[in-house]
Design a protein around this ligand. Structure first.
Ligand SMILES: Nc1nc2c(c(=O)[nH]1)N[C@H]1C(S)=C(S)[C@@H](COP(=O)(O)O)O[C@H]1N2
Ligand SMILES: [Mo]
Length: 202
């Protein structure tokens, strides 16, 4: 990653603060996403790459090939217009950093530092309005979490990202590489991984 030193320092300083502020167990499990070791032991559903639990792996979702394909594009569709973005193009756009948890109904929650393009910035870049409901589709060809709807209040939110980086690293394949949704106050099940298409309602 070619990030300016200043922003990298700021990021590390924030990591320190977040680590200090992690508290114990509230609803379900709180996993300290910034520690390599899982202090809560076997009660936690396996801490995966980048110190975050994995709900479903790329292998289980059968997206390993499509997610790694250099021809991957995220397509934004509005009416008859479709604009496709590669990962490099997304990384070249203004990046926003947020600290947000993934909160799975299965009983775990893990906070992480995410970086990527604001969803509403992406829609504007694609020539689409940012105040409509969107339908978000994963590369996954089947499964209950393939398609998600997101209302305008989340689409417009400052902290709703097409995330490209987690905890300072390129998203792991199991966490949704090449790009995933991260939005505030939404259950983990709606934080769609392996994005393929975002369709803006008319
Ligand atoms: N495409 C897709 N996105 C998905 C899922 C999935 O199975 N497929 N699982 C969801 C659920 S239930 C959760 S809790 C989070 C978990 O994200 P993580 O595996 O990166 O921790 O991803 C969400 N996004
Ligand atoms: Mo979940």
């Amino acid at each position: 990653m070619n990030e300016p030193v200043a922003s990298r320092r700021a990021f590390l300083a924030t990591v320190g603060l977040a680590t200090a502020s992690v508290t114990g167990l509230t609803a379900g499990q709180t996993v300290d996403a910034l520690h390599r070791t899982n202090v809560f032991g076997p009660r936690v559903k396996g801490v995966g790459p980048q110190s975050l639990p994995i709900n479903q792996t790329a292998a289980a979702a059968d997206v390993e090939q499509s997610a790694r394909d250099p021809r991957w594009r995220l397509t934004v569709v509005f009416g008859s217009a479709a604009v496709a973005f590669g990962r490099k193009q997304l990384l070249a756009m203004p990046q926003t950093a947020v600290v947000l948890p993934i909160a799975c109904v299965e009983g775990w929650s893990a906070e992480a530092h995410w970086r990527g393009v604001r969803l509403r910035d992406l829609l504007v870049r694609a020539g689409a309005p940012a105040d409509r409901e969107v339908q978000i589709t994963s590369l996954q060809l089947q499964g209950a979490y393939r398609v998600t709807s997101m209302g305008p209040e989340f689409v417009q939110h400052d902290a709703t990202l097409v995330a490209l980086i987690v905890n300072g690293e390129t998203l792991d394949l199991d966490h949704g590489y090449p790009a995933r949704i991260i939005a505030p106050a939404r259950p983990g099940v709606l934080q769609t991984k392996w994005l393929s298409r975002i369709e803006v309602s008319a």
